[in-house]
Design a protein around this ligand. Structure first.
Ligand SMILES: [Zn+2]
Length: 450
């Protein structure tokens, strides 16, 4: 008798948009074919998930894997392994800090070749929007980018230029026509630059001095400007890595009057405070900087209220040498893509009793909906069988040996997590099991559906 399914995942607590319930998941040809309390019939493979929770595989909407071109920092192979180990089954790679940056169809193709060869999970690419490539947006859209990324301030990479207001206006008009979103790193360029130069001149280089060079108003001022451009052009806008509740509130108010705008935030703004940054040093340096406890508490409120659409890692590693020396001059960027789901399970579910289905929305479903990935983001018939099996009762301390990053640097090292990803499946195939990557890279390009 032939098998009804290729795979049945039996007896797990399945996290769906409607809540969490015990169910069997039948998988055929990489897709979820059935979801029922008890599935009769046989399968080529059966996974016993009793005692475990089954989450939709996360989509990390914001990583910098630096491949091709800066592979001494990270690679798609190492980065995608780390994602699989953290329960993620797809990612969107930023147009920097790979080299060359993804600014036209040719550089898109170069990255695609690497990802097809090396990625253990599915992938989408962001295109860049800079003053230099306004005439390349159509060809990037044609190539299949999930959206475009721009910087309102210095990007940290000379060849990825800041988008001046004219570039943003013209670019957003074009993207509105192309039906693709723009994500913007919102910090005021002139103020951050002037405060940084002053701090350097006065030799004030500590973590606290760094935070003072990028005060909250530099974010809110920039967000307000971008929201005005989104309202004018009709372009879907995503504010990258929102670090303050005040910035999230600006987006909420704009959404309430009909502006097509969303907030992304990053795990580290929810988990750490500036006190932690002082303790952890440059491993916890990022921009916008991690802020104080009062703001962190308000960020949790915004997350709980649904004002923040999704949580990414902004995984942005570098050569460890660049993290040495004075804090102000160290490379800004946090390596974290293996820890987003474990951190949320620990701090949002165990720590704050948020619903598991809300955590699944923040890490998977909302990203799929905003970017038009019709086969990703939820455990339901017809969707890809991208699954993360999690033991919510098991706790562990994150050790360097558990990290798949090229460099074992992360502010989460030594952190205590509750909730272990035991197995990750990509389209029904196990890609991670009990601490090990399984099989060969089989990731595919994700394109937004129009
Ligand atoms: Zn980033």
């Amino acid at each position: 008798m032939s098998n009804l399914y290729d795979l049945i995942v039996r007896g797990g607590q399945v996290v769906t948009p409607a809540g969490t319930r015990k169910a069997d998941i039948g998988v055929s040809d990489g897709k979820i074919a059935a979801l029922e309390a008890e599935l009769p019939g046989s399968a080529g493979e059966t996974i016993d998930a009793s005692g475990l929770h089954v989450f939709p595989g996360c989509t990390d909407g914001h990583v910098h894997f630096n491949d091709p071109g800066r592979t001494e920092w990270e690679t798609i192979r190492t980065g995608s392994s780390a994602l699989a180990a953290g329960g993620a089954t797809s990612f969107f790679d930023m147009p920097l800090n790979c080299s060359p940056c993804t600014l036209d169809a040719g550089t898109f193709r170069d990255k695609l070749a690497v990802a097809r060869r090396d990625s253990f999970v599915d992938f989408g690419f962001w295109g860049g929007l800079t003053p230099r490539n306004l005439d390349k947006l159509e060809e990037l859209a044609e190539s299949g980018v999930v959206g475009f990324k721009a910087f309102a301030c210095f990007s940290g990479i000379d060849e990825f230029e800041r988008a001046d207001d004219y570039t943003l206006l013209i670019g957003m008009e074009k993207l509105a026509r192309l039906g693709l979103p723009l994500m913007v790193h919102c910090e005021n360029a002139e103020i951050t630059q002037a405060l940084t130069e002053r701090a350097k001149a006065e030799n004030r280089t500590s973590a606290r001095e760094y935070e003072a060079t990028r005060p909250p108003v530099t974010e809110t001022e920039s967000v307000a400007g971008l929201l005005a451009l989104a309202e004018e052009t009709g372009c879907r806008l995503i504010i990258a890595h929102v670090s303050t509740a005040a910035a999230a509130d600006l987006v909420t108010r704009a959404r309430n009057r009909g502006v097509d705008a969303y907030c992304e935030t990053i795990g580290h703004y929810l988990i750490f405070t500036e006190e932690d940054v002082v303790r952890l040093g440059a491993a916890a340096k990022c921009s916008p900087p991690i802020r104080g406890e009062a703001n962190r508490a308000e960020m949790w409120d915004r997350l709980r209220n649904g004002e923040i659409a999704f949580v990414s890692s902004d995984h942005s590693p570098s050569d460890p040498e660049l993290k040495k020396g004075e804090f102000l001059r160290a490379w800004g960027g946090i390596a974290a893509c293996q820890s987003t789901l474990p951190a949320l399970l620990t701090h949002a579910w165990h720590g704050r009793q948020m619903e598991l289905s809300d955590i699944a929305a923040l890490t998977a479903r909302n990203v799929s909906e905003i970017f038009g990935l019709v086969s990703k983001g939820r455990i339901a018939p017809g969707f890809d069988a991208d699954l993360a099996l999690v033991d919510l009762d098991r706790a562990y301390t994150l050790e360097p040996s558990a990290l798949f990053y090229k460099h074992k640097v992360s502010p989460y090292l030594g952190a205590r997590f509750q909730g272990v990803v035991t197995r990750t499946l990509l389209r029904g195939q196990t890609v991670f099991l009990d601490g090990k990557i399984i099989g060969e890279p089989s990731g595919r390009l994700l394109k937004p559906s129009k």
